[in-house]
Design a protein around this ligand. Structure first.
Ligand code: FES
Ligand SMILES: [Fe+2]
Length: 378
């Protein structure tokens, strides 16, 4: 984001903070409780996910030629590679022999060797070595290759398509946010690993917890609310996606300070809600990524939480500090947000009440749900 844009967002955030208000949607918005509980809606949600481009990680997770990383998307194991030519490719992490996973984690290699019987593959997915090859005269013909999936590197992130026949146009998909995310550089910062939450909440309910800061003063009274304002958000939508700016508590100190002297990134957290299942929280020091996936049933979901940092992790104490920040944020989401909404999910499932409501002060929630509704209706 360029400075003019950051100053403009800071100006808007400062006005909201000064006026003790927040950006407002035109009206309240009601959602049916079975949005979160119905098997039919769940099946349609999963189909929507299968048809949507999937942001699966930071470009920095494939830091150079001959690197690979693995990702799990709705139970499907995928290996992404950057071959010696530099291009990013993706394959089902499924051996051509008996479907073992070929690799796990991430690393540097010219070949990936299946741990079961050592069939091996180059980073373009070609089967290049088979012990006891005479046993497989048909399966190992030249041209045998892992199932390739559409893949892209865009805006600093890694993307895959789950339909092998689809084509990905991520720049078109992100619109103006492509350049904005690229400018942040979050996707090129150093990755700090993945933490997984397997939760008793619908995947949309998990995402809802990130879509407003109305709950900060209560749920995060002793954590996030000590640094960020509550019920105060700058909201902008970009087609399927939206952006929230959460002002930090110190923003009111800018009152009376000439704009040329502002350091906008010291005063805000920017949350990007990317369709359909990505939350990206960007600050001057962190690029937190939440990839949220529908589980096997409506009441379960998987959240993969990642974090990246612009700090130099070769210094041990810096690396330990960055991990501590990641642990803290993860613990807060797990123990404050998700713990609370597990009981909310139970209420939804009980059938006690057939509606819930999103306020005018929750435009991010309204936008997310409107975009999902439109997508599943298509
Ligand atoms: S399953 Fe991979 S080599 Fe046998
Ligand atoms: Fe929260």
């Amino acid at each position: 984001m360029d400075r003019d844009q950051l100053v403009d967002l800071t100006r808007r955030a400062l006005k909201l903070a000064r006026d003790k208000t927040t950006d407002l949607a035109p009206a309240e918005y009601a959602v049916r409780a079975d949005t979160y509980t119905s098997p039919d809606r769940h099946a349609r949600d999963r189909a929507m996910m299968m048809a949507s481009p999937q942001l699966v990680g930071y470009a920095s997770e494939l830091p150079g030629p001959n690197t690979y990383c693995t990702k799990t998307v709705m139970g499907r194991s995928i290996v992404l590679t950057r071959s010696r030519h530099g291009a990013v490719k993706a394959f089902d992490n499924v051996c051509l022999h008996r479907q073992s996973q070929i690799t796990e984690g991430c690393g540097t290699a010219r070949r990936l060797t299946c741990p079961y019987h050592a069939w091996n593959y180059d980073l373009d997915g070609n089967l290049v070595g088979v012990p006891g090859k005479e046993g497989f005269p048909e399966s190992t013909s030249s041209g045998a290759k892992l199932q390739q999936l559409p893949a892209a590197e865009c805006a600093g992130f890694l993307w895959v398509g789950l339909d092998p026949d689809a084509t990905l146009d991520i720049r078109g998909f992100l619109g103006p946010l492509a350049d904005e995310l690229e400018a942040w550089g979050v996707g090129r910062w150093s990755p700090l690993g993945e933490k997984v939450l397997d939760s008793a909440i619908n995947w949309k309910l998990a995402i809802d917890t990130f879509a407003e800061n109305y709950h900060f003063a209560t749920v995060h009274k002793r954590t996030f609310a000590t640094i960020a304002r509550s019920n105060c958000t700058v909201f902008d939508s970009f087609g399927l996606h939206h952006r929230l700016v959460f002002p930090l508590n110190g923003i009111l100190d800018l009152d009376g300070v000439p704009e040329e002297q502002w350091d906008p990134l010291q005063n805000m957290v920017v949350i990007y809600a990317l369709f359909p299942n990505i939350v990206l929280s960007a600050t001057i020091a962190n690029g937190e990524l939440f990839r949220v996936y529908p589980g096997e049933v409506p009441g379960r979901s998987i959240t993969v939480h990642q974090n990246s940092t612009p700090l130099d992790l070769s210094d041990e104490s810096v690396a330990a500090g960055a991990q501590a920040v990641f642990d803290y944020a993860h613990g807060t989401v797990r123990d404050e947000d998700y713990a609370l909404v597990e009981k909310l999910q139970a209420n939804l499932a009980s059938g006690a009440k057939d509606r819930l409501v999103f306020g005018r002060n929750e435009p991010g929630l309204q936008h997310r749900h409107q975009m999902w509704e439109e997508a599943i209706a298509r």
